[in-house]
Design a protein around this ligand. Structure first.
Ligand code: HMG
Ligand code: MG
Length: 286
């Protein structure tokens, strides 16, 4: 029997947060509903973050409340603090994700906190989630490089990943936020992280900016990772580089994994329908 690999669909969040056009909530809901028919076990729907920081996610409550829930799927949302957590719970999120960084400069730019401050802010979110039995996922951004500080030491990634695990995150997603990774640098980073976090608690989150996301996924597979984040249609990308690839595309990862003999459990026809919808949204044609 083929070995299983899970794709965690993050397009509605990590993709749409980068689209310049403010997409109506109804379109986002339709995309999530289309994704619910593909066979994902987890879909990241939105972010309960400050609308001043990310206006694209200002309709988080409406989107989370508007989707048609399919049994067996965990509908996830980012929550950077207790305010975001409370809103995520009120809107019916099944799980939340806290998002830290291995780079001080990125942490400041992204969530207005040092790494230590961010961990102190996340702890009560995890405690509140545990009190109601809600799972919390953790992200470590800039796991390879930072747009402000350049290359990031693998040990810095390992420290934050270990802290998130100790706090109670059930899984840590390692983000190559700017798609700078190469198989060798990914392997070095994973060796450091795997020394402090069991590989079955790790996920790979690759952006394809450098065109190496699939090679990086292969390197991560070699290290034993079996969960990968991806965005339908490769939604995302850099607002300052129109047309540049962003998140690795779910449909590309799904086919790559199939060719390599892994079982993702996804319905590729249903996925292609969601891809067409995502393409329309990206162009503003939905
Ligand atoms: P801050 O300005 O320091 O927050 O931002 P604050 O606590 O001082 O509050 C300031 C204002 O924000 C207040 O409103 C709060 O009510 C409001 P005001 O009184 O001025 O009207 N506020 C909120 N509103 C809604 N929801 C909330 C919330 N919290 C405060 N949860 C904060 C700190 C963390 C809130 C802000 O920096 C923020 O929202 N950052 C989010 C940035 C973000 O979403 N980035 C993208 C996701 S990370 C990512 O994409 C990487 C990843 O994909 C992995 C990878 O690729 O590597 C995960
Ligand atoms: Mg990302």
């Amino acid at each position: 029997m083929a070995e299983k690999v899970e794709i965690f669909e993050v397009g509605p969040r990590d993709g749409l947060q980068n689209e310049a056009r403010l997409i109506p909530a109804a379109e986002k809901i339709a995309l999530v509903d289309a994704l619910s028919r593909v066979g994902f076990r987890r879909i990241e729907v939105t972010s309960f973050v400050s609308p001043k920081w990310v206006p694209q996610m200002a309709d988080a409550g409406a989107v989370m409340a508007g989707i048609t829930r399919k049994p067996g799927i965990s509908y996830a949302a980012l929550a950077p603090n207790l305010m975001g957590f409370d809103a995520a719970v009120a809107a019916g999120a099944d799980e939340v994700a806290i998002f830290g960084a291995a780079s001080e400069a990125f942490s400041q730019a992204n969530i207005n906190a040092s790494i230590a401050e961010s961990l102190a802010r996340f702890a009560p979110v995890v405690a509140a989630a545990q009190a109601i039995g809600m799972p919390v996922r953790g992200y470590v951004s800039c796991a390879i490089a930072c747009p402000y500080a350049g290359d990031i030491a693998p040990e810095a990634v390992a420290r934050v990943a270990a802290a998130l695990l100790a706090m109670g995150c059930y899984e840590i997603s390692l983000g190559d936020t700017i798609g700078a990774g190469r198989p060798q640098t990914v392997a070095r980073m994973l060796a450091a992280v795997a020394a402090v976090v069991p590989v079955d608690r790790l996920a790979g989150h690759f952006h394809d900016t450098g065109g190496t996301a699939l090679a990086n996924i292969d390197a991560a597979l070699d290290h034993g990772l079996r969960v990968f984040d991806a965005a339908v249609g490769g939604l995302g990308g850099c607002p300052y580089a129109p047309g540049a690839p962003g998140n690795v595309a779910t449909e590309v990862v799904a086919r790559h994994l199939a060719v390599r003999g892994y079982e993702t459990g996804l319905d590729l026809d249903a996925l292609d329908r969601a891809v067409a919808m995502a393409g329309g949204m990206r162009d503003g044609n939905a």
